[in-house]
Design a protein around this ligand. Structure first.
Ligand code: GLP
Length: 249
């Protein structure tokens, strides 16, 4: 596990975007795993810039998003489909059929989850998965006590996650209660992982993720045993680490 501590949110976003751009240049038909939330927004902004200014080509890239709310229509301004289009896909040359996001409106959620797993396999697996982290240590929507071997499935969101995400909705009662999420096992099958976190709100979760024992109580701790995982954090998110010896610039 590679731990990279940079001074602020902007610098970690630039670093992550460079890693993704390098992956695409090296393997133009690569499969990217993408995340939503406020943390990766700067990564998408920088990738759009590299696409526009340096011609980074997404025409052969395939993407799989980590998760999607259940029962939120695609055109709802808080659906992850809407988010990805607005902040990323509408600004790059990716083919619409190369974009994969779980369908939270599917009539048969179980079949949708199986289909999603199959699509990832058919694409050849995920080369590089971008991850954020919840303040309770969740990855995607794998809440505390999710099985560390889990696959794509429906999960009930915890009160804490719903409260964290309530800032994006008109009121707490509008925050969805369920989501389809890649499982912890699905995420761990990705060839490379980049987990990003910034700010005080994530400092405790990062301390446990990096220094704590591996436990389903904090699903992000599993990345400790991934062969190519990078934990990319700013100084504030790193502030509770006791073993980080050197602050890199
Ligand atoms: C949601 C998403 C996660 C994301 C988390 C943190 O719960 N499902 O994938 O990591 O939010 O979001 P933020 O980056 O806004 O703190």
């Amino acid at each position: 596990m590679l731990l990279i501590i940079r001074k602020d949110h902007r610098s970690i976003c630039l670093y992550a975007a460079q890693q993704i751009a390098a992956e695409i240049r090296q393997k133009p038909h690569c499969v990217l795993g993408l995340a939503t939330g406020s943390t990766p927004l700067g990564v998408y902004r920088e990738l759009i810039r590299i696409h526009k200014k340096e011609g980074l080509d997404f025409s052969q890239v395939q993407t799989f998003n980590l998760d999607e709310y259940v029962n939120l229509p695609k055109d709802h301004n808080q659906s992850y489909y809407y988010f990805m289009k607005k902040y990323f896909f509408d600004h790059i040359n990716i083919h619409p059929f190369s974009i994969h996001i779980p369908d939270g409106m599917a009539e048969d959620i179980e079949t949708e989850c199986l289909r999603y797993e199959e699509q990832i396999l058919e694409a050849g697996g995920i080369d590089l998965q971008l991850l954020g982290i919840g303040s309770n240590g969740h990855i995607a929507f794998n809440e505390p006590f999710s099985s560390l071997g889990s696959r794509t499935r429906i999960k009930t969101l915890t009160e804490k996650t719903r409260r964290d995400n309530a800032r994006y909705f008109a009121s707490m009662k509008d925050v969805p209660k369920y989501a389809i999420t890649m499982g912890v096992g699905t995420i761990m099958d990705s060839r490379k992982l980049i987990l990003m976190a910034t700010g005080q709100r994530k400092a405790s979760a990062i301390k446990t993720t990096v220094e704590g024992p591996i436990t389903a109580r904090v699903p992000a701790t599993i990345v400790q045993i991934h062969p190519y995982a990078t934990i990319l954090i700013d100084r504030v998110a790193a502030s509770k680490l006791t073993q980080a010896l050197k602050i890199a610039e």
